[in-house]
Each structure stands twice: as structure tokens, then as C-alpha cells.
Design a protein around this ligand. Structure first.
Ligand SMILES: Cc1cc2nc3c(=O)[nH]c(=O)nc-3n(C[C@H](O)[C@H](O)[C@H](O)COP(=O)(O)OP(=O)(O)OC[C@H]3O[C@@H](n4cnc5c(N)ncnc54)[C@H](O)[C@@H]3O)c2cc1C
Length: 410
């Protein structure tokens, strides 16, 4: 065996086998970058909550950012089954790098899906190369989980819109050149509109960056719109399509959040297993205690289930299955809740060492929480999944063990 060859992974490569050769080569290349750059630099990136320019530029230079965009505009239009593996690999070592990839979906999907060809020709190649950045501005002080409660208004004026309102929690607002802003028509509150707003628009105020628990390297800010004028040519999609464009962006980003949580959980188990090998307690290696083996076994088994659900969801996305949104809710809720538990248990297994700042689990622990909140909190996804099940049960084939007719009487 070649001693310099990479050792086998604790988590198998079985999910890579369905990828085409060039896709597998991209993953191999990315793994090299994780070993040489993203992994070793992750702690330093997470030490400062400023935008991680080096990480972003490397991802752009290596064509990883471009995987989100169509080939016609300079991207490589990667399948979701490849994108989830890219995000998983990055999140295994660095949430910042992974969130730059998922954030690209969130912030630019509506541009790809709804902008005119002229705007796409102008912007998308530069979004691919990292010359430009966009941010996605949906959440408001009064509308987070209940996103239909948006209060930002867009009033028709001449050949364009006048926009008033506020947004909060906007990732990369401090570095974005363009904002995808979703609001509602002032004249008709049921009419949601999405527009592209340039950073230098008169009346747009971007707040200073706001401190947070984790996800360092991708700062957030609030926005205020005070009579901002945007030409109609900057509208994304038709009037009334703003909400569906936002949902389309959130769908891809939710699958990304699931993959990010999965990758972080994988990384946490790798770290805990290594500690259990190096550390001895009560006269034997930590990993020799059955209680520790059981904890690791639970983590491994649940992570592989999560991987399978995420892969299935990505396949559904690539096929355009109509039920992909429900699967994305299931994958996101399951993977992000699991990640929080796995990271907590992994930190427990590494004892006081895991609690120290120079050990990666402290960072994984802080980063894990946001995946359960952003792009729809777990409770909201649970509601969506349950509501859909109850609705479908009315017309679904009944279990053959049941007798015909209503089950209410006996
Ligand atoms: C670091 C960070 C980055 C973000 N980036 C962006 C961005 O780039 N663009 C953007 O538009 N937004 C962004 N967000 C906003 C994010 O999507 C919202 O925080 C999220 O959707 C939840 O909304 P909220 O915080 O207003 O929570 P709330 O709506 O106040 O809900 C609070 C909690 O109540 C519970 N809850 C809510 N509704 C229900 C229900 N029906 N049933 C049961 N429980 C419920 C959930 O536990 C939820 O976490 C970001 C947020 C953070 C923290």
C-alpha cells in the first residue's frame, strides 16, 4: 500500500458511485482542496466574523460557485446529486465554505429563473467568476416563518416600482452588489413581486454587520428601503410570481442546508472517533467501552439514513418530481435535527477537550444551530410534512387490512 495515498474514509464512498466520471473527479479535486485549504483554514475563518474573501475566491476560481449556474451563462449547471456531495464535502470541514455554496443558490436562483436574458448575460458570468455577489432579501421584522406576512411594498410608478420597507437577517448584505428583494404590490397585497436592486440604489440603507453565534465568515445585515426606484426591466419573472420564485430559491437552499448539516455531522463523528482512538480511560481506549461504541453506532446509522434521504431528494429535484418540496422539508428537518444531536454527542464524547476553542467541535456545535432555523425552522417543516400527509390520506388507497366504509363506527 502506498503510504502517501489517502486513507479510506470512515464513511464510505458508496454515494459517489452513481456520479459520472467528471463529477467524481470534481469531488476528488474538492477533497484535495479540503485537505490543503478549507480544512486547515477553517478555524481561522471562524475566528473572525468578517466575510471570508479567500474562501469565496478559491471556490469561485475552482469553478465550485459556477456549479449553481446554467452553462449558457458561464456556469456548469451541476446536477443536485453532485451539488449535495460538494456541500457535504465542504461542510465536513468548514461551514463557511459550504454556506457560500448554499447561499449562492439562495441568492441567485431567482436571477437564473426570472431575470431577462439581457440581465443574465450581464450578471451571471460575473456571479460565476466571483466578480459580483448577490444576496436574497425575503425575511422582515414581521415576517420570518410566516413569510406571507411580508410588509415591503412595491408601487407602480412610470416604468418601474417605488419600494418601501425593511428586511433583516440578510446574509452577505455587506458584500453583495445586487439584492433579490421580494415584496408585495402596494395596490394588491396578494400580488408578490421580486426585483433585482443594485447596491448603490438611492434610498437603500445597509446596516452594519450584526453579531451572531456561528456561521462566521458570512455576515448578516438589515436593509431599509426608503422610496427606492427600480426599473420594470429589473423585475424577476412576471408580477405575481415573486412568491413562487422565492419558494424555488428556498427549495434548492433547503436541500443545501440538509447536505451541509449532513457533512458537519460526518465531520463530527470522524473527530469523535479519532479522539476515542487516541484517548484511554479506565485502562482501555475510550472506543473500547461499549457505551461509547453504541453512541458512535447510533450516529453512523442515522447519518447513513440521512444521506440516503438527501440523495433521494436530490434525484427527485433533478427529475423534476412534483413531490420534491415535501422531500426537501423531510431531508432538511431530519438532517439538521440529527446534526445538532450528533454534534452535541460528539462533543460529549470528547469531554473537556471538545469544549475548548482550539478543537473543531466547538465551532461545529455553534454552526449546527442555524441549520435548524434558517430556510424554515424544523417546526415549520414538520407542519408542512404533516399537513401534506393528512391531505393526501383522504384520497390514498386504504390498507387492505381495513374493512370498507367509515372506520368511525363499529
Ligand atoms: C444567520 C442568519 C442568516 C439568515 N440569512 C437570511 C437571508 O440571507 N435572507 C433571508 O431572507 N432570511 C435570512 N435569514 C432568516 C431566516 O430564514 C429566518 O430566521 C427563519 O426563516 C425563521 O424566521 P424568524 O427568525 O423570524 O423566526 P420566527 O418566525 O419568529 O419563529 C421563531 C420560532 O418559532 C417556531 N415557530 C414558528 N412558526 C411555527 C409554527 N407554525 N409552528 C410551530 N413552531 C413555529 C420555530 O421554532 C421558530 O424557530 C437568516 C437568519 C439567520 C439567523
Amino acid at each position: 500500500m502506498n503510504p502517501s495515498a489517502p486513507k479510506p474514509r470512515l464513511f464510505g464512498d458508496h454515494f459517489l458511485r452513481s456520479l459520472a466520471d467528471p463529477e467524481q473527479q470534481l469531488i476528488e479535486h474538492l477533497r484535495g482542496l479540503c485537505r490543503s485549504h478549507f480544512g486547515p483554514q477553517a478555524a481561522e475563518v471562524a475566528r473572525q466574523d468578517v466575510f471570508a474573501w479567500d474562501t469565496f475566491r478559491l471556490l469561485a476560481r475552482e469553478g465550485i460557485v459556477a456549479t449553481a449556474f446554467p452553462e449558457a451563462y458561464g456556469g456548469s449547471d451541476a446536477r443536485q446529486v453532485l451539488r449535495v456531495r460538494i456541500i457535504e464535502e465542504l461542510a465536513r470541514v468548514c461551514s463557511t465554505a459550504a454556506s457560500i455554496v448554499t447561499g449562492t443558490d439562495l441568492s441567485s436562483r431567482a436571477i437564473v429563473a426570472g431575470a431577462s436574458d439581457a440581465i443574465k448575460q450581464q450578471l451571471v458570468p460575473k456571479l460565476c467568476s466571483g466578480e459580483l455577489q448577490s444576496a436574497f432579501a425575503l425575511t422582515e421584522p414581521g415576517a420570518g416563518s410566516d413569510v406571507r406576512g411580508l410588509q415591503t411594498t412595491m408601487r407602480r410608478s412610470g416604468d418601474g416600482y417605488v419600494i418601501n420597507g425593511a428586511k433583516k437577517f440578510i446574509t452577505r448584505a455587506s458584500t453583495a452588489d445586487w439584492f433579490v428583494v421580494v415584496g408585495r404590490a402596494e395596490e394588491d397585497a396578494t400580488n408578490f413581486i421580486a426585483v433585482l436592486m443594485p447596491r448603490d440604489a438611492a434610498g437603500l440603507d445597509v446596516s452594519p454587520e450584526v453579531g451572531k453565534l456561528g456561521w462566521y465568515g458570512v455576515p448578516i445585515s438589515s436593509l431599509r428601503f426608503d422610496g427606492v426606484q427600480v426599473p420594470a426591466s429589473h423585475r424577476l419573472g412576471a408580477e405575481g410570481e415573486g412568491f413562487s420564485l422565492a419558494q424555488d430559491a428556498l427549495l434548492r437552499a433547503r436541500i443545501g442546508h440538509a447536505a451541509m448539516a449532513l457533512g458537519r455531522a460526518i465531520g463530527a463523528v470522524e473527530i469523535a472517533a479519532a479522539y476515542a482512538t487516541d484517548r484511554s480511560t479506565f485502562g482501555k481506549p475510550l472506543g473500547g467501552h461499549q457505551g461509547v461504541q453504541w453512541m458512535l453506532a447510533d450516529m453512523l446509522t442515522q447519518i447513513e439514513s440521512s444521506r440516503a434521504l438527501i440523495t433521494l431528494t436530490a434525484e427527485k429535484y433533478d427529475r423534476g418530481d412534483t413531490d420534491v418540496a415535501i422531500f426537501a422539508s423531510m431531508a432538511k428537518m431530519q438532517a439538521t435535527d440529527l446534526c445538532m444531536k450528533v454534534v452535541t454527542d460528539a462533543l460529549q464524547l470528547t469531554g473537556g477537550r471538545g469544549y475548548l476553542q482550539d478543537f473543531p467541535l466547538e465551532r461545529f456545535f455553534r454552526d449546527a444551530k442555524l441549520n435548524q432555523i434558517g430556510e424554515g425552522a424544523s417546526e415549520v417543516h414538520k407542519t408542512v410534512i404533516g399537513r401534506d400527509l393528512v391531505r393526501r390520506a383522504r384520497n390514498a388507497e386504504r390498507n387492505p387490512c381495513l374493512r370498507d366504509g367509515s372506520l368511525v363506527d363499529y
